[in-house]
Design a protein around this ligand. Structure first.
Ligand SMILES: O=C(O)Cc1cc(O)ccc1O
Ligand SMILES: [Fe+2]
Length: 484
């Protein structure tokens, strides 16, 4: 490893495990032993509790973290509104910024990079459902930035947890709990309220964000798959404590609150957490570690087998947000139309492409940094060219998605599109539906009627014949062996 890489590795250190109780101290002995709030915490630190769930949330859902810091977070000036024309996360509060609920399939060309703005001003709400003030629903954003946040600025969202999916460029995220480096093909989650500063060590960045206004992400149930596969808990990485000692410089704390931007000042660094312990922390995950499972016999399974993280509603098995990926994988299913089936879904499906080509859309219109939205009950599926190829291909085992990564934010909620998403971004493809599915031709051929024994034509066309049945059947339709 070149020495510069050693230095990098030193800067970003992690502790592994999903939903694991972590503890981390940048100075040995900074965590109190056997109690959380001693009369005098070690080294003159202040104890501060950060709650990610109600105090009384059930144990298996409860998420809190104790921070041991040089000064507590409350020492700051009043928050003042700090709106800006580039801040696009509050359409429901501006009468001229409507949310559009439309049944059409939508697709966006790649969103532009924007080198003129920093992380905070790069956030564009494209679509969403619900309301952060009711702690319900989700928002879907595109970010595109080219500038570091100011040296003395931090940001947090009171509205929800950010699931960040980088498509281009590297994010150096310094959080209160420590430092995280996130690159394309990795994701990171920054839970509600955690302060962070984003810098761009390799230039412009672009990507997608799902903001979850309710609950938190968890790993999906594995059911009969067993105790491993999909995203394994040990591959999630939380940062370790890393602090500055700075109690006399001016800091600006930016806060997203009900979709609006506010700012307060304080005379001490927010990155003064010397030690922490708990279950509420930011984390990252490398999508390359996902252990993909799929059909090894026949038929295309539901895409839920590709779920990395899920945020459940109160309705069992029904997600406010699923984060689903389509990683490189072998397709081996026999006698099967291998791309996704045509379907209409009670859930809404927002898709993005990090790199490569998505195997269900080979016609060229779904590009990296672009997006699509198939809202509640909007019919969709492979475009005409993909259908043509997949219906006639030789069904040898083959690998799809080499060098590619598409993903989906799937939600049980009907998603509305913002003015920015529909108009201002100027990326909506006019001819999406017409180009993708209108070229599909009917292939239906009514079978030649068979003469029945009594000489009357069998208008239903009769049974297609045993030889058409896939060889996996143990018994064919006319077989009586073993019947009682
Ligand atoms: O629509 C899509 O491309 C996403 C998707 C993929 C899949 O394999 C099955 C269903 C589904 O919605
Ligand atoms: Fe779909």
């Amino acid at each position: 490893m070149p020495s510069s890489q050693f230095a990098q590795a030193e800067k970003y250190r992690y502790t592994n495990g999903f939903n694991s109780y972590h503890e981390s101290e940048a100075i040995e002995g900074a965590l109190p032993i056997g109690e959380n709030s001693p009369q005098k915490p070690p080294y003159g630190l202040y104890a501060e509790k950060l709650s990610g769930t109600a105090f009384t949330a059930p144990r298996h859902k409860n998420q809190q973290t104790w921070l041991y810091r040089i000064l507590p977070s409350c020492g700051h000036s009043n928050f003042e509104p700090r709106e800006s024309s580039t801040y696009n996360t509050n359409p429901e509060n501006k009468p001229y910024e409507k949310i559009h609920h439309i049944p059409n399939q939508l697709r966006w060309d790649p969103f532009d990079l924007d080198e003129t703005v920093d992380w905070v001003h790069s956030l564009h709400l494209v679509a969403g459902a619900g309301d952060p003030t009711m702690k319900s629903g989700l928002g879907m954003y595109i970010y595109a930035a080219g500038k570091d946040m100011e040296a003395n600025e931090v940001f947090y969202s009171s509205d929800g947890d950010f699931l960040i999916v980088p498509q281009h460029g590297v994010l150096d995220i310094r959080t209160e709990m420590g430092r995280i480096l996130v690159r394309p093909n990795e994701i990171c989650v920054i839970p509600r309220g955690i302060k962070y500063r984003v810098t761009l060590p390799e230039g412009p960045v672009r990507g997608y964000i799902l903001e979850l206004y309710q609950g938190h992400f968890e790993l999906p149930e594995l059911g009969p798959i067993g105790s491993n596969c999909l995203a394994n808990a040990r591959d999630f990485q939380a940062p370790v404590a890393d602090f500055d000692e700075d109690t006399d410089s001016e800091w600006h704390v930016l806060c997203k609150f009900a979709g609006h931007l506010f700012q307060a000042k304080q005379n001490h660094t927010p990155f003064d957490v010397v030690a922490w312990h708990g279950l509420y922390y930011p984390y990252k995950y490398d999508l390359g570690r996902f252990n993909t499972v799929g059909s090894v016999s026949y038929d295309h399974p539901d895409p839920s087998i590709y779920t990395v993280l899920t945020a459940q509603s109160d309705n069992p098995g029904t997600a406010i947000a699923d984060f689903v990926i389509f990683p490189p994988r072998w397709l081996v299913a026999e006698n099967t139309f291998r791309p996704p089936w045509y379907h209409r879904n009670t859930m809404s499906e927002f898709m993005g492409l990090i790199q490569g080509q998505y195997d269900a859309k080979t016609g060229g219109g779904f590009q990296p940094a672009g997006a699509s939205l198939h809202n509640v009950m909007a019919g969709h599926g492979p475009d005409a060219s993909t259908h043509e190829k997949a219906s006639n291909s030789d069904l040898q085992p083959h690998k799809v998605g080499e060098g590619s990564m598409a993903f989906m934010f799937e939600s049980c909620l009907m998603v509305g599109v913002t003015e920015w998403g529909l108009k201002k971004c100027k990326k909506v493809q006019e001819g999406y539906n017409a180009e993708s599915w209108e070229p599909l031709k009917p292939h239906f051929k009514r079978p030649t009627p068979k003469k029945a024994e009594n000489g009357v034509a069998d208008v239903k066309g009769g049974v297609s014949g045993d030889k058409a049945l896939p060889h996996r059947y143990t018994h064919c339709a006319s077989c009586t062996v073993g019947d009682s």
